[in-house]
Design a protein around this ligand. Structure first.
Ligand SMILES: [Zn+2]
Length: 297
């Protein structure tokens, strides 16, 4: 087990202003900080993009959760609202890659993602914690969104330790009691684990961790001019984390033709038909299901 102690936990909600579960959990915790108290752990909460939250919009000018590339954080010529807000968060939580904080960034999705932890690195501490959470909470799934050496631009990439929590399905702009409570439970389970680590006790862990490793994103079929020509196929809609085999239906064109998955091996699509990803040219993310052994030290 890694015996690294956690000095400070920071919970960020409202990185996207129309994802209300994270925002209202932060409001709740800030109203009654005793809810998060653990004897050997210090936890604070903050709102990632207050102005976007006030306007119940994902962002004002650009996606805050894509603004955390190191070179961009150091570039003072980048002056859009979220580029400036990223620098504020970097001041508070960074420096990127060298922060001692443990960061939880709360998100929600219109896709049927259940309770997902999004890891942006393979740090053993995060893998152990993820294994603990999947062991104690069978609804939890692990998605590792790494792409070779490519730098990650998410808020959660500010700190080596921690991850984003992504829950769904939920429409943008609303609260949903069931997912609110499930997210709250997951936060408490995370704090309980960190408290045990800080007390030098070793939580029992399974020997392997099942995770979904990012492979690639898939765009909707489009005309050369960029108009959508197809929708997610009804047989694929809502089937996040289920295997998609070569030859399975993937899209349905506007004139009712089925388009099939043409890959040569089984993949596990997630973020299927996520509303916020239409503008990014992403109909879904393809992943590979992996069982990885957990190293102990
Ligand atoms: Zn989000």
């Amino acid at each position: 087990m890694s015996n690294k102690h956690i000095r400070q936990v920071v919970i960020v909600g409202g990185t996207h202003g129309n994802e209300r579960i994270g925002l209202y959990l932060v409001k709740k915790f800030n109203q009654d900080p005793s809810l998060l108290v653990r004897p050997n752990l210090s936890t604070t909460c903050l709102i990632g993009n207050p102005q976007a939250c006030n306007e119940n919009r994902r962002y004002i000018e650009t996606d805050l959760n894509r603004c955390f590339i190191k070179a961009d954080l150091e570039n003072n010529l980048l002056g859009r609202h979220e580029e400036k807000q990223a620098k504020v968060l970097h001041q508070q939580l960074g420096p990127k890659g060298n922060s001692e904080n443990f960061l939880l960034d709360l998100h929600s999705t219109t896709a049927n993602m259940g309770m997902t932890l999004i890891l942006v690195n393979g740090h053993p501490f995060n893998l152990h914690l993820a294994a603990y959470l999947t062991h104690h909470n069978p609804h939890v799934r692990i998605y590792r969104w790494t792409q070779g050496d490519q730098e990650n631009a998410f808020v959660s990439s500010l700190c080596q330790l921690g991850f984003a929590i992504e829950v769904g399905p939920i429409p943008q702009g609303i609260l949903l009691a069931s997912l609110f409570k499930e997210t709250e439970t997951l936060i408490h389970q995370t704090l309980d684990y960190l408290e045990q680590i800080n007390r030098d006790s070793s939580p029992l862990l399974p020997k392997t961790l099942t995770l979904f490793q990012h492979l690639e994103v898939v765009d909707f079929p489009k005309t050369p001019g960029g108009e959508l020509t197809a929708m997610v196929h009804p047989q694929l809609q809502g089937r996040d984390y289920q295997p998609l085999n070569p030859g399975d239906p993937m899209f349905l064109t506007l004139d009712d033709q089925t388009l099939f998955y043409k890959g040569c091996s089984t993949v596990w699509p997630i973020f299927i038909n996520e509303a916020a990803y239409y503008e990014k040219g992403v109909a879904m993310c393809l992943t590979q299901k992996q069982d990885i052994p957990l190293q102990r030290d």
